[in-house]
Design a protein around this ligand. Structure first.
Ligand code: HEM
Length: 352
């Protein structure tokens, strides 16, 4: 190859890399999301399963990716239909606000509306007249007005009718402990806000094995020290099974827990349910805004590396942890699938 063709190749390579980088930037930038192309927007990348050798309850906090505090993706409309139905039929189970949380809920709504209109200007439009704000959602055709003397819908409800995230407001009680003062938890696992509103973070986690021994005091320190300038995020995963042909609402809204006994499971019925949890201190109300985005991946969609990591983690759980996580229902099938897939893909690699 002569110098000229080498130079041409280099220019082409630089051009192609540039195009690739541009594409990644465009696909991640909310500014390019429109009601028409939202069906093509991939979800925010979830944290991969790490494959820890020893089980521990972890805080595993990282700095919040503030540009993506709230996210919009191709599942927006499907999940929005589920959220609307739950708010219509099961409102008291999924939404509760104690009276003292009003200021925090209003500040949360203002933050949500400001964020969505700034990050997704082709989707959400916001107008202000004095104290009154109108927000228009071009995807659903809905309009919400707030800041008037007779608001029709409460602030937290408006906020979760706009977002894909569940939202809660945490406040400090007279003992200095944080508690759930308001919550719109439409996609809960094994609980409802109707029964747990007002509970402290510590009491909420009573059923979680090793919570009090391993993490309770770090969590309470973390919440106390959170400032408006230090927003954080963490991830969690659960394993869930679904019945064949189950509706999305039943998969996402799990007030009675994750597991169903006595089913003949296929890998498509075993779901890795991941949550991205965000924590922001709201400066005016001095409350904490807690957000939870739920992502569903079936076992057969997991990349090989993560499947191996999942297998490693499941095997590391002590029996009482496995019991809490419902391993008796899905464990044998999931481990069998991990083993077969690893063997199959391992062999393919050798053949190539
Ligand atoms: C630093 C913060 C937090 C950490 C480290 C944390 C960690 C955890 C963990 C490890 C579990 C068990 C998941 C599993 O293994 O299946 C869990 C469950 C749960 N968390 Fe959190 N969490 C945090 C914040 C919160 C907050 C702010 C809420 C408020 C709504 C919350 C509500 C719950 C509930 C209701 C459960 C289910 C408990 C049950 O089984 O009944 N968590 N959390």
């Amino acid at each position: 190859m002569n110098t000229l063709s080498l130079a041409a190749c280099a220019v082409l390579a630089v051009f192609l890399i540039g195009q690739l980088v541009r594409r990644v930037i465009i696909s991640r930038s909310g500014r390019n999301v429109t009601p028409e192309n939202v069906k093509c927007i991939a979800p925010y990348p979830v944290q991969p399963i790490k494959g820890r050798e020893r089980y521990r309850v972890m805080m595993d906090m990282r700095k919040l990716d503030m540009e993506n505090w709230l996210t919009i993706d191709k599942y927006y409309m499907d999940e929005h239909r589920v959220r609307s139905k739950l708010l219509e039929k099961e409102k008291s189970k999924v939404l509760q606000c104690l009276p003292e949380s009003y200021e925090g809920c209003m500040e949360m709504l203002e933050e949500v509306v400001e964020f969505l209109c700034r990050q997704f200007p082709n989707v959400f439009e916001c107008r202000k007249h004095g104290n009154e704000t109108t927000v228009y959602n071009r995807m659903t055709g809905e309009t919400f007005v707030f800041g008037t003397d007779n608001d029709q819908i409460g602030p937290l409800e408006i906020a979760v009718r706009l977002t894909m995230e569940d939202l809660s407001v945490l406040m400090k009680n007279s003992d200095g402990e944080y508690y759930l003062a308001a919550s719109a938890s439409l996609f809960p696992v094994g609980w409802t806000v109707e029964e747990r509103i007002g509970w402290t973070i510590s009491k909420l986690h009573d059923p979680v094995p090793l919570w009090h021994q391993q993490v309770a005091s770090s969590v309470s320190k973390f919440l106390g020290r959170l400032t408006p300038a230090s927003p954080m995020e963490r991830s969690n995963y659960f394993i869930e099974v679904r019945r064949p042909n189950e509706e999305l609402l039943e998969t996402l809204y799990r007030p009675n827990g994750l597991v169903e006994e006595g089913m003949d499971l296929s890998p498509r019925d075993i779901i890795i349910r991941r949550e991205r949890q965000t924590f922001r201190r709201l400066p005016r109300s001095d409350t904490i805004a807690f957000g939870v985005k739920t992502f569903l991946t079936t076992l057969d969609e997991l990349p090989l590396e993560e499947l191996k990591n999942l297998e490693k983690e499941i095997k590391s759980w002590p029996d009482f942890v496995g019991e809490y996580k419902g391993k008796a229902v899905w464990g044998a099938k999931a481990l069998e699938f991990c083993k077969e897939r690893t063997k199959m893909l391992g062999c393919e690699k050798v053949e190539v």
